[in-house]
Design a protein around this ligand. Structure first.
Ligand code: SF4
Length: 483
């Protein structure tokens, strides 16, 4: 039901559940839509079969739109596809009734490439894009992107070994808050007293989890947040050195530092990052226009981005990612393409092109209170397509992608690389690899029979620090019970 509600929200901005099997949404179109499964199947059985990824049973699924715009779609399908097909039928009927077409069609979930890979495996690479377009209703360019990216993700995941685990270390502090952020981030400058207690708690958490028997080896580490580089240098060094010393790292583990805000980087911090063995660095301009940076509450300039990038290069970083965001408030197509070209001039190894997500709880949410801002905007869709073409011409290829709720025009975030992409990024999005999350608001997961079981650390800073031992115990039992 949650997935169907997300799909309805895409068209109407809101969807409210009524009981276990109905939804209502505000619209002056007066649409009434029903779906039926023959023979009837309980929600519990449908869930179980869907998780298993296979079934011997077939069912007929029929969705009907009643009233003036009467319409119907009906098909026989294997039972394990029920949830997806219900979404597809709902998408098809709503799309025809409203005249709206989203670039990713009925694939509204986080990982459209998962479905693309299944289509490739079942029908072959040559047929996959056509099936994604015709059946799942993706636009031609998104179908091609899904096929290319699904194959790249699959190749990356094949490099993983059975005992590989990912490690995420989160720091919920930033130097000020970006307009579009819904994260639980605190102002590092104003919370100076808390920083040391927080770092102590993370080190304690790492010690508790990794001391003694731990089932697995850490294949990739990601220090994210927030902005880890907003810590003062001595504390930053401890935060890196002590957690890494406790973690059972695999030989040659991939280490990534999110140094998102260029204004938090200087020679001293970059040297600490390099000396702790991090090969990958993320320096995120988001846009190469100072006026937009001011508008979105990022207190750095494009000159600082360029200077931080050059400094990192001069200190030996040869694996740098830069993030850009399409659809920022006040930006035109030429602003976006200009940002892409200026980042390409720096020649980083990876560029991630996000689409602005209007998240609940962000300052931006108040600006975009009209749902129209999330409906398909042909200008923005074309701008993102053109940005992809520019990246392709410069030798960058997509290596992972994911979708978020409330992204403008229903678009996606795509990671491009001209070398090899980040193992961590691909593994994290796949839901096929266990993850240990350290720090407030982080999530740990183990994978059991194709299903991820998750454990969330408290988002509240004080609670996280107070309950760190309890979190360690819960995490140990999660990981050890699955080994
Ligand atoms: S840098 Fe990232 S986490 Fe920090 S305020 Fe901006 S969007 Fe939020």
């Amino acid at each position: 039901m949650a997935a169907l509600a997300d799909l309805v929200r895409l068209f109407f901005g809101q969807a409210e559940r009524i009981g276990d099997s109905s939804l209502t949404a505000p619209s002056d179109l007066n649409l009434f839509l029903t779906s039926a499964v023959d023979p009837p199947i309980s929600a519990g059985k449908a869930r179980l079969v869907s998780r298993s990824g296979r079934s011997d049973q077939e069912v007929r699924v029929t969705s009907r739109l009643e009233g003036k715009q009467a319409d119907m779609v009906s098909e026989r399908i294997p039972l394990h596809l029920l949830r997806r097909v219900l979404k597809r039928q709902l998408y098809l009927l709503l799309s025809r009734a409203t005249g709206l077409d989203f670039p990713w069609g009925s694939l509204t979930g986080v990982r459209p490439t998962q479905i693309a890979l299944e289509v490739i495996n079942q029908s072959g690479e040559d047929q996959a894009a056509a099936i994604l377009s015709d059946y799942w209703r993706l636009s031609g360019s998104k179908a091609a992107l899904a096929v290319k990216t699904a194959l790249a993700e699959d190749a990356t995941l094949r490099q993983l070994e059975e005992d590989d685990v990912m490690l995420y270390v989160g720091l919920p502090f930033c130097p000020g808050r970006c307009l579009y952020c819904s994260f639980i981030t605190q102002d590092a400058g104003r919370q100076e007293g808390s920083l040391v207690h927080y770092v102590d708690a993370v080190i304690r958490e790492a010690g508790g989890i990794f001391t003694g028997r731990f089932p697995g080896k850490i294949r990739a580490v990601y220090y994210g947040g927030g902005t880890p580089t907003s810590l003062p240098p001595a504390l930053f060094r401890r935060y890196l050195e002590e957690v890494l010393a406790l973690a059972p790292l695999k030989q040659g583990a991939e280490l990534t530092m999110e140094a998102g805000r260029p204004d938090t980087l200087d020679r001293e911090k970059l040297e600490i990052i390099r000396d702790c063995g991090f090969q990958r660095l993320c320096i995120n301009p988001q846009t190469m226009h100072d006026e937009t940076l001011r508008r979105i509450g990022r207190h750095h300039t494009t000159d600082q981005t360029v200077a931080s990038f050059r400094l990192a290069r001069s200190l030996g970083f040869t694996d740098i990612n830069m993030d850009l965001i399409a659809g920022l408030p006040g930006e035109s197509t030429s602003d976006l393409l200009d940002s892409v070209k200026r980042v390409l001039e720096l020649n980083p190894e990876h560029i991630t092109l996000h689409t602005l997500a209007v998240k609940k709880g962000s300052y931006l949410d108040r600006l975009f209170d009209d749902h129209g801002a999330l409906l398909p905007d042909p200008v923005l869709i074309e701008a993102v397509g053109e940005a992809h073409r520019l990246l392709g011409q410069a030798g960058f290829r997509p290596y992972y992608l994911y979708k978020q709720k409330n992204c403008r025009s229903g678009l996606e975030n795509t990671g491009f690389t001209r070398l090899a992409g980040s193992l961590y990024n691909v593994a994290m999005m796949s839901d096929q690899v266990p993850v240990v999350g350290l720090g407030s608001g982080s999530t740990s997961k183990v994978i059991l029979e194709r299903t991820a079981r998750r454990l969330h650390n408290p988002k509240d800073l004080r609670l996280y620090i107070e309950r760190v031992d309890r979190q360690v115990a819960a995490k140990r039992s999660l990981f050890l019970s699955e080994s």
